[in-house]
Design a protein around this ligand. Structure first.
Ligand SMILES: Nc1ncnc2c1ncn2[C@@H]1O[C@H](COP(=O)(O)OP(=O)(O)O)[C@@H](O)[C@H]1O
Ligand SMILES: O=C(CO)[C@@H](O)[C@H](O)COP(=O)(O)O
Length: 535
């Protein structure tokens, strides 16, 4: 058999809600290997749906930490079986679903540093966690802790100025506060708290990895301008929290060399560097190489919309994070529920088939004959609305739509909400605006056509929908150049340009101008009905 040519590369990982994914990117920035392990399908023994367990209260949402560990075992074994040459890996980095937290039990660091290469990780790490089911970003059970945190720092606006966001239920500080209040024993037996991103980095390092500034901005604990933990926030959440979190680091830091476990078991070179892992949205920003004026839309388990910002402008809606590739800058992010609702409507109205779902989008007209819908089976994040609400062209609430109309109402509604809330943050579509789409649903061209029509801007994709993985591999290359002051844009200048996949249909702006106004008005109507009169 011909010898495979050596191909130096960096690996990019993504520990997202529904799967663990990896890509290998070579020195010319070409992706030459991609793999994934899907939690529901490949790890059925954990019994997750969409990668999570929704608890009886409908608010608490967790994922088993050992499922993530075992997924890593499986994907590495798959790579080995395919003949992947680990000896060529110069560096690796990765991403994690944001806000989720992992609780390492006292003594776990000892286990991490002395893993035997003869055994899988799952067998050796199973006693290492004081909480086996980790709170994840879909959890909305910490309203009480959010109010406590805001009160402690002088209100929602003050917290937003400090940490980039008002208190959000899914943000890690509030989740830690709940664990401390409801399970103080487990909290006191915890020696380290990681984000999903820094947990994954810790496994590769064989010791605790610090949290990076960008993912750390999703905790309601980090002062985003000073890049230090806020003592007021730490104190409001739980005692001795600073020592359990460790010191945060710039996102492009090399946090160490890979653990000898991976060298001996898989053949990584001992000098392979681990670059700080970050959140999946910050990693996607890196993978999509955003430019000023562009807007990125990630259509994954969650839908997110993000922008590069020079200056932070924290508000009561949306989030400001430290920028993952430029320590002087920031990014804005809005988060919405995404694919799980699309899948539900696909199952109900398109017999579970994406191609029938697409046909419904093709056979219905822009503007849907004036029919509008809001579909939130679980509490929406931006804004907080629950339930399904359908309106006729005359703004009368109706109980059902024909199947095709239902599908278009869902997709137009999801995209109109994104445009309205991005504009509330000050974003404006400009003549040179590009929309960069990524995530699993960006495979669907009919869906991207609606996105182009609603926003009135062209939609582009990069060659893989896994921008968080690709961005992680790019960040690993950037980490290798640390110390040379090489800007990230210089590192990725050879990367393939995004491809145009949809341009606005003529007449779209007239149709959606009116519809957007109605959507915003109806959204306010639903909000005032569900929230009741102002206090
Ligand atoms: N053709 C398609 N049309 C619409 N959605 C799709 C299509 N193919 C996959 N998806 C959606 O992509 C989702 C997974 O997206 P992905 O970005 O990989 O998720 P995550 O990174 O959050 O685990 C699936 O839940 C599925 O609903
Ligand atoms: O909560 C947020 C962002 O604030 C989510 O975007 C999570 O980061 C989950 O990401 P996916 O698994 O959907 O990519």
């Amino acid at each position: 058999m011909a010898e495979r040519a050596a191909r130096h590369c960096c690996l990019g990982w993504d520990f997202s809600t529904q799967q663990v994914k990896v890509v290998a990117v070579d020195a010319e920035l070409s992706v030459f290997y991609e793999d994934s392990v899907h939690f529901d399908r490949d790890l059925v023994e954990f019994g997750t749906q969409g990668g999570v367990h929704v608890h009886k209260d409908g608010l608490t949402v967790t994922s088993p930490v050992l499922m993530w560990v075992q997924a890593l075992d499986i994907i590495l074994e798959k790579m080995k079986a395919s003949g992947f040459d680990f000896s060529q890996v110069l560096a690796l980095s990765g991403a994690g679903q944001q806000h989720g937290s992992v609780y390492w039990k006292t003594g776990a660091s000892q286990v991490l540093t002395s893993l035997s290469p003869d055994l899988p990780l799952r067998e050796q790490l199973q006693a290492c966690f004081s909480i086996s089911n980790c709170p994840v970003w879909m959890d909305s059970s910490t309203a009480a802790q959010c109010r406590q945190l805001e009160a402690a720092v002088g209100g929602a606006q003050a917290l937003s100025r400090l940490t980039g966001s008002r208190a959000y239920e899914r943000f890690t500080g509030n989740q830690i506060a709940k664990i401390y209040q409801q399970n103080p024993e487990a909290y006191s037996h915890t020696e380290r708290i990681s984000l999903v991103s820094s947990f994954a980095a810790s496994v590769f390092l064989g010791s605790y990895s610090p949290v990076d500034y960008s993912d750390g901005s999703g905790m309601n604990l980090l002062q985003i301008q000073d890049k230090v933990w806020s003592q007021a926030c730490l104190g409001a959440c739980a005692p001795r929290l600073e020592e359990k979190l460790g010191r945060p680091v710039p996102s492009c830091s090399i946090v160490g060399a890979i653990s000898s476990y991976f060298v001996q078991r898989y053949g990584f070179p001992p000098e392979c560097k681990v670059v700080a892992f970050t959140g999946d949205n910050p990693a996607s920003l890196a993978g999509m190489r955003l430019e000023e004026g562009d807007i990125a839309v990630s259509l994954g388990t969650s839908d997110t919309l993000f922008l590069w910002l020079q200056e932070p402008t924290p508000a009561l809606e949306g989030h400001i994070f430290c920028n993952p590739v430029d320590p002087q800058h920031y990014m804005a992010l809005l988060c919405f529920n995404g694919s799980l609702m699309r899948e539900k409507i696909r199952d109900e109205s398109a017999s579970g088939s994406w191609s029938k779902f697409s046909k419904a989008l093709q056979s219905t007209e822009m503007g849907n004959g004036g029919n509008l819908g809001f579909y939130f089976d679980v509490m929406e994040i931006t804004p907080e609305i629950i339930g399904r609400h359908r309106f006729s062209a005359e703004n009368h609430e109706v109980s059902a739509f024909p199947q095709d109309v239902e599908i278009r109402a869902l997709i137009e509604g999801q995209f109109m909400a994104k445009k309205i809330h991005a504009e509330a943050l000050g974003y404006r579509v400009m003549p040179k605006t590009k929309i960069l789409a990524t995530g699993g649903a960006s495979h669907n061209r009919d869906l991207l056509q609606v996105l182009a029509d609603v926003f009135g801007a062209p939609v582009y994709v990069i060659d893989t929908a896994n921008s968080a993985c690709v961005g992680s591999a790019y960040r690993a290359f950037h980490g290798l150049a640390a110390g040379t002051d090489m800007p990230f844009a210089e590192i990725v200048k050879l990367a393939p340009n995004p491809r145009l996949v949809a341009t606005p249909t003529p007449g779209a702006s007239q149709v959606y101008e009116a519809l957007l106004q109605r959507y915003a008005m109806l959204e306010q109507r639903i909000l005032s009905q569900t929230r009741g009169p102002p206090e």
